[in-house]
Design a protein around this ligand. Structure first.
Ligand SMILES: Nc1ncnc2c1ncn2[C@@H]1O[C@H](COP(=O)(O)OP(=O)(O)OP(=O)(O)O)[C@@H](O)[C@H]1O
Ligand SMILES: [Mg+2]
Length: 252
C-alpha cells in the first residue's frame, strides 16, 4: 500500500475538468515529480491533496485512510505538508521568529490566536524552530529580518516552515521558480538533504527538467488533467506522447 493514493480523483471548474480521474500511488520514501504543460492540473492536484479545494469525485487516501473530506489542518496533522510560496513568511519578523510561529502553528494543529496564553510548550517550540532552521541551513541567519534575506534563502525558509509540522509527505509546487541557477542548484541539494535527514516522501511539481531528472525516482506526466505517462525519468523522457504534449512551446 502506498503512502498516498488517489483513486479517479477529479476536479471540475464549471465545464473544465482540471484534474481528470487521476490515480496516483506514492510509496513511502519515494520522490515523485508531477510534470506537464501549463494548465495541466498540477497545482490543482496539490490543492486537492492538501484540501484547499474540494474534489468533484474520487478518493484520496493517506496512510490508508481517506482524507478526501478532511479539514486542511487535519491533513497537516496526519503528516502532509506543503511548501507555500512567500505568502507563508512574515516579512517584518526575523528568520527565527518565523520559524517559531510555524512551530507553534504545527504544535497546535492550526494557527490559533490564543497561543500567547500557552506558555507550557515554549521550550518545545524553540527546539523545533531550531531544528527546522538547522535542517534548511538558516540557523546562522536566525536574527536576519525575513524581508532582507536573499531570494533563495526566502525559499529555503518556506521549505523550513513546511517542515515544522514534521511531515511524512512534503508537497512542493515549483520550489525553484524565479531562482538563479546557483540558488536552484542549492535548493535541489537542500531538497535531497532534508529528504535523507528527515526520511521524507516528496511530491514535486516542477517545470525545470534538470531538477526533475535529478531528484525523481518516478515521474508522472499530466496533460489536460489526465495522466498520460508515468515511469522512471528514462522511461518518461522517451515517451512519444510526452514529447507531443510538450510541443506547444513549454520549456522542457
Ligand atoms: N480556482 C479555479 N477556478 C477555475 N479554474 C481554475 C481554478 N484553478 C485552476 N483552474 C484551471 O484549471 C486548469 C489547471 O490549472 P492548474 O493551475 O492546476 O495548472 P498547472 O498545471 O498548475 O499549470 P502551471 O504549470 O501554469 O502552474 C487551468 O485551465 C486553470 O485555468
Ligand atoms: Mg501550477
Amino acid at each position: 500500500m502506498g503512502l498516498l493514493e488517489t483513486t479517479d480523483l477529479t476536479k471540475s471548474f464549471g465545464g473544465l475538468t482540471a484534474v481528470d480521474r487521476v490515480n496516483l500511488d506514492i510509496e513511502e520514501g519515494e520522490s515523485v515529480s508531477v510534470i506537464g504543460p501549463n494548465g495541466a492540473g498540477k497545482s490543482t492536484l496539490i490543492n486537492l491533496i492538501t484540501r484547499m479545494l474540494d474534489a468533484s469525485s474520487g478518493d484520496i487516501r493517506f496512510k490508508g485512510d481517506s482524507i478526501v473530506a478532511a479539514e486542511p489542518h487535519e491533513v497537516v496533522q496526519r503528516g502532509v505538508s506543503r511548501s507555500f510560496q512567500t505568502a507563508s513568511i512574515f516579512p517584518d519578523l526575523t528568520v527565527e521568529e518565523n520559524a517559531q510561529i510555524a512551530a507553534l502553528a504545527a504544535e497546535h494543529g492550526s494557527f490559533r490566536f490564543n497561543f500567547l496564553r500557552r506558555r507550557d510548550s515554549y521550550g518545545e517550540v524553540d527546539d523545533l524552530a531550531r531544528r527546522m532552521l538547522d535542517a534548511v541551513g538558516l540557523w546562522s541567519q536566525r536574527n536576519v529580518t525575513a524581508v532582507d534575506l536573499p531570494y533563495g534563502d526566502k525559499r529555503r525558509l518556506e521549505i523550513g516552515i513546511a517542515l515544522a509540522s514534521e511531515p511524512d509527505l512534503l508537497l512542493m509546487d515549483e520550489p525553484t521558480a524565479g531562482m538563479s541557477p546557483e540558488e536552484t542548484a542549492n535548493t535541489v541539494e537542500l531538497i535531497e538533504e532534508v529528504k535523507e535527514e528527515l526520511d521524507l516522501t516528496i511530491m514535486l511539481v516542477e517545470h525545470d527538467m534538470e531538477i526533475v531528472f535529478n531528484v525523481s525516482d518516478r515521474i508522472v506526466v499530466l496533460n489536460r488533467g489526465s495522466v498520460i505517462a508515468e515511469g522512471t525519468p528514462e522511461e518518461v523522457q522517451g515517451d512519444p506522447e510526452v514529447q507531443e504534449a510538450y510541443l506547444g512551446g513549454v520549456e522542457v
